[in-house]
Design a binder for this molecule. Structure first.
Ligand code: ADP
Ligand code: MG
Length: 241
């Protein structure tokens, strides 16, 4: 059975069809990349999976169990964590306190939650910033903080929305390495990534969205040869670099 199963999901905002009949299966242990131009519906798909939006039709399941209709905190408790494209740390709190917010889900005792948060900060390379205020972090460090907060819920499925978006070029290889390490550590990952070179480097399967629809799903080499994808997206993406 798939870990994640998205079946025929459609999500509209007024007249805009952000997700159109999306079907997607993710097996435990996979690292799946999601690509597509701005507005393709990538973030909306994460919002639907994690309970921030209810789809107009279709279903989302985790190991066969319905997620559709559950609230974000309920989905999180079932083992699905996400990061946000627009970073939203609690900027008045310290780095370790931000991660404790995630850790409390499994460890209600503050001492345990803090210890767990420290372990995770160490894992993402932020232990030295534990006592700093979140607002003091660079963009790359904030991405790591988002990851740490998501990891602190001890997810089976982790959804990353543009983890390298908006960071400077020099910061990207370290983030890629971290994503790979998390995957090797046993977390199933679905990664939205704008940068085609980054996604080619990490994912063994790529799903391409275009105007809310899945237009390609397969190994990177095959997906990158897809005519429709080249015409709609890759041409632009490479032209920009
Ligand atoms: P992507 O992440 O691929 O860039 P999004 O999922 O953010 O795309 O957006 C898909 C479409 O849905 C876009 O046309 C966007 O403007 C629209 N959309 C997303 N969220 C909302 C919302 N909360 N209200 C209205 N329209 C939205
Ligand atoms: Mg997005």
């Amino acid at each position: 059975m798939s870990l994640l199963s998205v079946a025929g999901v459609t999500k509209r905002f007024g007249g805009v069809v952000a997700n159109q009949n999306i079907t997607l299966e993710v097996a435990a242990g996979e690292l799946v990349g999601i690509i597509g131009p701005n507005g393709a519906g990538k973030s909306t798909l994460f919002d639907v999976i994690t309970g921030f939006y209810r789809p107009d039709s279709g279903e989302v399941r985790l190991e066969g169990r319905h997620l559709t209709g559950l609230r974000p905190d309920q989905v999180s408790r079932l083992g699905v964590a996400r990061t946000f494209q627009k970073l939203r740390p609690f900027s008045g709190m310290t780095v370790v306190e931000n991660v404790m917010v995630g850790a409390f889900q499994k460890h209600p005792d503050p001492g345990r939650a803090r210890a767990r948060a420290m372990q995770i900060l160490d894992r993402v390379g932020l232990a030295h910033m534990a006592k700093a205020h979140a607002r003091a972090l660079s963009t790359g460090q904030r991405k790591r903080l988002e990851l740490a907060r998501a990891l602190a819920t001890e997810p089976r499925l982790l959804l990353l929305d543009e983890v390298t978006g908006g960071v400077d070029q020099g910061t990207i290889p370290g983030l890629i390495r971290l994503v790979r390490e998390l995957h090797e550590g046993g977390v199933t990952l679905v990664v939205i990534e704008h940068n085609v070179r980054v996604i080619m480097a990490i994912a063994r399967r790529i799903v391409a969205l275009h105007v809310g629809e899945v237009i390609a799903d397969g190994p990177p080499e095959a997906v990158m040869r897809d005519r429709r994808l080249i015409e709609t997206y890759l041409g632009q993406a490479y032209a920009r670099e």
